[in-house]
Ligand binder design. Structure first.
Ligand code: SF4
Length: 365
C-alpha cells in the first residue's frame, strides 16, 4: 500500500503522503494480480495462498470497497487455501467503529497496530503524527468488538529512551491485552539527524533483554527475535517468511521470492508510482537469482531468527549442506551462542543478541 497521511522521518518504506488515488491503485493491483498469478504458477508451481498481508504504507487508509476489490482479485486469480490468515497493518488514528465493523466482513482476520511508543515525546522525536489517545481509543474499539487476533508494535532504542521508558511502554501495551507484540529496534541511515544519538551496544542489549523478560513474564513466547505471541497467536505469515517459503508481492516496491534449483529468486517491483501505474506487463521487472552460497546464508540468517531455529535435515535436503557436522557448530556452541539437539539447532539468549554475526559464522561466509 503506497500511501500514508504523513511521512515519518525514520521510515524507509516506500510510500507517498500526496496524491492518494485509492481507486486507481486497487484497480491496478487487480490487473497486476491477474498477470502475476499466471507468471507465478510458471515459476513457483503453485497458486495456493496460505496468508495475505496488507503492508505499507498505511493499508488501513483503504476504504472497504477498495480493500474488498483487492481481496476479490486475489481470490479469483489464486487458489484460496484452508483458513487463510489475512493481516491488515493499521495505524491507530485510522480506526473508528465503521472500520472495525468492516474488517471481518471484508475478509481481514488479523490486525497489526503500529503504536511504536506511548510517549508523546518519543512519538514527536520519531516525527510520528499519532497521539497516545488514538491508541487507547483504537484498542478500546478493537477489544469491544471481540477481536482477539491482533498485534501491537513498539519500537525500542529511540534516542533518549531509557530502560525505564521502555518498561513503561511495555507495561502500557500489556494492559491493553494484545495477543501478539512486535518490538523492533530502531534503525536509521547514517545521514539521519538522530543517527548519532542511537543507543550504544550495552544499552541496546539491556533494552532487548528487558523486552524479552517482561513479555515472557506475561505469557508471551519469543517465537522470533522481535516477535512475541500468546500461544496460538503467532503470525503465520511471518513464520512462512522466516522459513524460506515463497511469497508473491504486489504493489510498488513489493518484494517477491521463490525457491527453485537450490537457490532463491528475488524480485522487487518498481518503487515509483508513475512507473507502477503505467507498467504494461509484470514481467518487465525480472527475478534475479542468488548464488548457492548466498541462498545458504539467506536461509540460515532467516531461520535462526525463529526460536525453533533450523531443522538441519530439511536444510540438507534443500541446499545439500550439512550444518550439524561442521566444526563451526561446535565453536559457536562452546561460545554459548548456539544449542543443538538431534537435527535441530537454535540460538541461545546470548546468540540472539549477536544473531547477525552467528549466521555467517555458521555457514562459513
Ligand atoms: S505511517 Fe508507517 S509506513 Fe507511513 S511513513 Fe510512517 S512509519 Fe512509514
Amino acid at each position: 500500500m503506497p500511501y500514508c497521511r504523513h511521512r515519518c522521518s525514520y521510515c524507509d518504506f516506500f510510500s507517498s503522503a500526496e496524491n492518494h488515488e485509492f481507486g486507481r491503485f486497487a484497480k491496478r493491483i487487480a490487473e497486476e494480480t491477474a498477470q502475476a498469478a499466471v507468471w507465478w504458477q510458471e515459476l513457483a508451481h503453485s497458486r495456493v495462498v496460505d496468508t495475505v498481508f496488507f503492508g505499507g504504507g498505511t493499508p488501513s487508509l483503504l476504504s472497504v470497497p477498495w480493500r474488498a476489490a483487492i481481496l476479490d482479485a486475489l481470490s479469483r486469480n489464486l487458489t484460496w487455501g484452508e483458513g487463510v490468515e489475512v493481516t491488515l497493518e493499521t495505524n491507530p488514528e485510522t480506526v473508528d467503529t465503521a472500520f472495525v465493523d468492516s474488517l471481518l466482513e471484508s475478509g481481514v482476520n488479523r490486525l497489526s497496530l503500529g503504536v511504536q511508543s506511548f510517549s508523546q515525546e518519543f512519538l514527536d522525536r520519531l516525527d510520528r503524527r499519532c497521539r497516545p489517545e488514538s491508541v487507547f481509543e483504537a484498542t478500546r474499539l478493537i477489544r469491544a468488538s471481540g477481536w482477539k487476533n491482533w498485534s501491537l508494535d513498539l519500537i525500542m532504542g529511540i534516542p533518549g529512551q531509557s530502560a525505564e521508558d521502555l518498561k513503561e511502554d511495555l507495561e502500557t501495551a500489556l494492559a491493553l491485552e494484545p495477543t501478539h507484540m512486535s518490538v523492533y529496534t530502531l534503525t536509521l541511515k547514517p545521514g539521519h539527524i538522530l543517527y548519532k544519538d542511537l543507543p550504544d551496544e550495552d544499552l541496546s542489549a539491556d533494552l532487548f533483554e528487558l523486552a524479552r523478560d517482561t513479555l515472557a513474564a506475561n505469557g508471551f513466547r519469543q517465537y522470533e527475535i522481535s516477535n512475541f505471541a500468546k500461544p496460538g497467536f503467532e503470525c503465520r505469515h511471518n513464520l512462512l517468511y522466516w522459513s524460506g517459503s515463497d511469497f508473491l508481492g504486489l504493489g510498488p516496491s513489493a518484494a517477491s521470492r521463490y525457491f527453485a534449483g537450490g537457490v532463491f529468486h528475488h524480485r522487487k517491483q518498481v518503487a515509483d508510482l508513475n512507473r507502477y501505474f503505467s507498467q504494461k506487463d509484470v514481467r518487465e521487472v525480472a527475478f534475479e537469482s542468488t548464488t548457492r552460497e548466498q541462498a545458504v546464508l539467506e536461509a540460515a540468517f532467516l531461520e535462526l531468527r525463529k526460536d525453533d531455529g533450523i531443522d538441519c535435515g530439511d536444510f540438507r535436503r534443500r541446499f545439500g549442506v550439512d550444518l550439524r557436522h561442521g566444526s563451526r557448530v561446535g565453536d559457536l556452541a562452546s561460545d554459548g551462542l548456539l544449542e543443538t539437539v538431534g537435527e535441530r539447532l537454535w540460538l541461545t539468549d546470548r546468540g540472539r543478541l549477536l544473531a547477525d554475526s552467528v549466521a555467517p559464522a555458521l555457514v562459513g561466509a
